[in-house]
Design a protein around this ligand. Structure first.
Ligand SMILES: Cc1cc2nc3c(=O)[nH]c(=O)nc-3n(C[C@H](O)[C@H](O)[C@H](O)COP(=O)(O)OP(=O)(O)OC[C@H]3O[C@@H](n4cnc5c(N)ncnc54)[C@H](O)[C@@H]3O)c2cc1C
Length: 294
């Protein structure tokens, strides 16, 4: 099923993101996590893609495995930075052959020191071009794209940013998944700016539960620009090491509760391959039975 159909059918989608592990023990942890989220009846799960090229085959292997061995709806992330059109075409064809028709189309982060990576114009400069290309070669594929409530670190012009986001939607994207954010006001403001720009597709809120101080520091690196509200930092600073996870769970739970009260289209949990916090959050909000409640 396409994610756009799921978004149409469910009042609230709840999805989970995983990445392909680098080693054997990582695979065991991953499948343990997936088995724990299965009872929550995820709307879909997504699998990240290494823009640098290191984990590309692993993404495909994990997507295929999940698709053939579970009844989960799978979304494969795909980045286009440093990829030729032929490479992207063969990836999409391979997915389609296996019955996989959901792609999150991304540019990917530029390799360090690289400014212009598509000098000869034969590849892709922006995710909007990837969206158009996928629509051209596989019109039946459903496409999601990334949105940045607090702005993309490389685009200081907040007006242009929404214009570029609209280009992705106009090129054929069915929905937007947001970068993580810790203050819902940033998401509501982003949503309103999208509406003003005429973007009408569903916007799924990306939520990352903080699990440790180290994890928070890594997130600050990965999602450069993410703003940690002072009240969250204060709560984390006050907590003993073993309680940081509980603070993270509580913060994310309150964020999601408020988002639901404000009619968010969907929640996307960045699990980092650990399900404990995500399961806690979903259980305490009754998210596995949400459809039945409304
Ligand atoms: C939900 C989500 C999932 C992600 N998954 C992955 C993953 O699996 N693998 C991975 O490597 N990365 C992933 N990322 C990170 C993402 O690849 C990076 O943040 C990347 O820098 C931006 O990708 P994009 O698709 O938004 O690119 P784009 O939409 O191309 O935007 C990139 C930058 O270019 C600007 N821009 C866009 N169009 C134009 C234009 N026509 N002219 C000038 N400027 C323009 C934008 O404003 C922005 O600053 C994910 C991000 C999110 C939010």
């Amino acid at each position: 099923m396409l994610v756009k159909e799921i978004l149409n059918n469910q009042k609230l989608t709840v999805s989970f993101e995983f990445f392909p592990p680098k080693n054997e023990s990582g695979w065991d942890d991953l499948f343990e996590s997936i088995s724990k989220i299965m009872p929550l009846k995820p709307s879909y799960v997504s699998v990240t893609y290494g823009a640098g090229g290191t984990t590309r085959n692993k993404t495909h292997d994990l997507v295929s495995k999940l698709n053939s061995e579970t009844n989960l709806c799978i979304v494969a992330h795909l980045t286009c930075v440093n990829s030729s059109r032929n490479e992207v075409k063969s990836i999409i064809e391979r997915y389609n052959r296996e019955g996989i028709y959901n792609i999150l189309a991304l540019r990917g982060d530029l390799p360090p020191g690289v400014e212009d990576f598509n000098k000869d114009g034969t590849g892709f400069s922006h995710a909007s071009e990837l969206v158009s290309f996928i629509k051209e070669i596989s019109p039946e594929t459903g496409i999601g794209v990334a949105g940045f409530p607090e702005g993309h670190p490389h685009m200081p012009n907040r007006l242009k940013e929404i214009e570029y986001l609209k280009m992705k939607v106009d090129a054929g994207a069915d929905y937007i998944v947001s970068q993580m954010f810790f203050d819902n006001r940033d998401f509501y403001d982003f949503k309103e700016r999208c509406e003003l720009a005429g973007i009408t597709v569903p916007i799924i809120a990306g939520i990352m539960p903080i699990t440790s101080r180290k994890g928070m520091e890594r997130m600050a690196e990965l999602a450069a620009g993410a703003r940690f509200p002072a009240s969250l930092l204060k709560a984390i600073t006050r907590a003993d090491d073993e309680f940081v996870r509980r603070v993270g769970v509580q913060w994310a739970t309150e964020q999601i509760r408020d988002l639901i009260d404000n009619n968010v289209d969907g929640i996307h949990l960045y699990t980092l391959n650990r399900s404990r916090s995500s399961v806690r959050i979903c259980e305490s909000l009754g998210l596995s039975s949400y459809d039945k409640l409304y």
